[in-house]
Design a protein around this ligand. Structure first.
Ligand code: UDX
Length: 471
């Protein structure tokens, strides 16, 4: 058993994806800074990727953060044993559970045997089977929801069948939920649409709603001021704690732990050489992989716009056998120093750089919050999942940009002319004041206040830490 002086041990389990591990590590850092022992646990193949990128150390190594510590642990997943030719998302998700479940149970039992019993688990919505593990081992658990509260509400209402959603028989009906604006049928998260791109992930997220009731709270990487009414409404159904933007808090904790899957290329000298608000930053997150045809159109759009640009063109995932994308030679010759292409950037640093004028984004929730909280307007270019819903909110509710796409379901090529026009609208703001930038700056201020001393997210986080200490 642990001695009385042992810090509480919080065990976070994270789905193997950049969009998940970033907010999870940010939360882990904050918890450790409070004097807790924090273990961040993810799948073994993903752990190897992070180690290869030089991001983290493996084994039982503890990194001190504030008054506490962070350590990484990996559960077995059997992923690298699968022939890439046979790999698809359904197989991937099933394999994670098959190997992961018994391995996770062993890992947690090992913590007790090694004199640091787990006091509380923080789980991930893509891993509903981890909720069963927590119940089986009788460990209290909370959940870290890494998308918006609006999206949480949509999944929750879909699960409880409280309002009609598009079906195979009637795929075009619009969705009216309490508090939220009317969502056209293609504005709900695509995992819920009858066409169901990557529906296996939607299935996982929905199944967690049937297992949520024992969770003592759901932490959300958003802030009250951004989604006030929907947070108030949903809090009456499930205990929610908005504690974001988590990346703002974790920036203050200057420790050498990052979780990038690829080594970030240094762009700071290049950005420093550009005037304020003159650069278009382009990134489609860690999973979206556009068709070469679409890459060509973006390349010409950027080239013809005349703006400087920094573009993250990551290599394809090792698992799903895609071809590396290239830029048209004509564009490469024309852009010279005006464009910089990198495989991976330190996005938090890029978005906070004064040279950035706008962000062409796929609207993953992390990228959306990072843009808003840095006061950067967006050109929304969503593909699937929650991205289509986030794009609607960024454009119509938060007023920080324009939208270029309605997602992959529409299967339309966005042309170079449309891209050029949208870039011009968002970079210059049209004729008068740049209203997109003004709105973005308003959200930046609200986000900073939420994570400041006494701010809404700080208070919610403190309540959560107090609860953990009482366990
Ligand atoms: C996925 C889903 O696609 C997204 O819709 C969901 O909300 C979360 O899980 P991802 O597509 O990777 O995430 O997008 P996003 O949520 O934006 O997360 C990407 C993270 O990688 C961000 O924190 C971003 O800062 C970081 N990043 C991205 C970099 O650090 N460097 C890069 O070059 C690109």
């Amino acid at each position: 058993m642990a001695s009385k002086q042992s810090p509480s041990h919080v065990f976070l389990v994270c789905y193997p994806g950049q969009g998940h591990i970033n907010p999870t590590l940010r939360l882990a850092k904050k918890l450790a800074a409070e004097g807790l022992l924090v273990t961040l646990c993810t799948a073994a193949h993903f752990g190897q990727t992070l180690q290869k990128a030089g991001s983290i150390l493996g084994g039982d190594q503890c990194t001190p953060v504030g008054n506490g510590f962070i350590r990484f642990q990996f559960f077995e997943d059997g992923i690298v044993e699968i022939n890439p030719k046979d790999m698809n998302l359904d197989r991937f998700v099933a394999q994670l559970e098959l190997s992961g479940r018994p391995s996770l149970v062993d890992l947690i039992k090992k913590q007790t045997a090694e004199n640091r019993p787990v006091s509380c688990m923080i789980l991930n919505p893509f891993f509903p089977w981890t909720y069963d593990v927590a119940e089986e081992l009788q460990i209290p658990f909370a959940v870290l929801w890494v998308q918006s509260c609006a999206v949480f509400s949509i999944y929750c209402h879909y699960f409880h069948k409280s309002v009609p959603f598009p079906t195979e028989i009637d795929p075009t009906i619009d969705v009216q939920l309490p508090i939220l604006p009317l969502l056209k049928n293609d504005e709900i998260p695509s995992f819920l649409h009858p066409k169901k791109t990557y529906g296996v992930l939607g299935k996982a997220m929905l199944s967690q709603f049937g297992k949520l009731s024992p969770a003592f709270c759901v932490l959300i990487d958003t802030f009250e001021e951004l989604e006030k009414e929907i947070i108030n409404y949903m809090s009456k159904i499930i205990p929610l704690k908005p504690i974001g933007p988590l990346f703002l808090n974790s920036q203050k904790l200057e420790i050498e732990v990052s979780v990038d899957c690829l080594k970030a290329e240094d762009c700071m000298d290049w950005l420093n050489s550009k005037p304020p608000q003159s650069v278009v930053y382009v990134s489609f997150g860690s999973v979206v992989f556009l068709k070469q045809e679409q890459i060509d159109e973006i390349a010409y759009g950027l080239c013809n716009s005349g703006f400087s640009f920094l573009w993250v063109l990551k290599p394809p995932s090792e698992f799903f056998g895609k071809q590396r994308q290239t830029l048209p030679e004509e564009v490469v010759e024309k852009i010279g120093e005006r464009g910089k292409i990198v495989q991976w950037s330190s996005q938090e640093r890029v978005l906070s750089h004064e040279s950035i004028g706008c962000f062409v984004t796929h609207c993953g929730w992390n990228s959306s919050v990072e843009a808003i909280a840095n006061g950067v307007p967006v050109v929304a270019f969503p593909q699937w999942g929650d991205q289509v819903t986030n794009a609607k909110f960024l454009v119509e509710e938060y007023g920080v940009g324009v939208s270029l796409s309605r997602g992959v379901e529409v299967n339309e090529l966005v042309t170079r002319d449309e891209i050029e026009r949208c870039l011009s609208d968002v970079m210059t703001g049209g004729s008068g004041e740049n209203v997109f930038r003004q709105n973005a700056l308003k959200w930046k201020k609200a986000a900073a206040a939420a994570v400041a001393d006494g701010g809404s997210s700080t208070r919610n986080f403190q309540d959560f830490v107090d609860k953990i200490r009482q366990i």
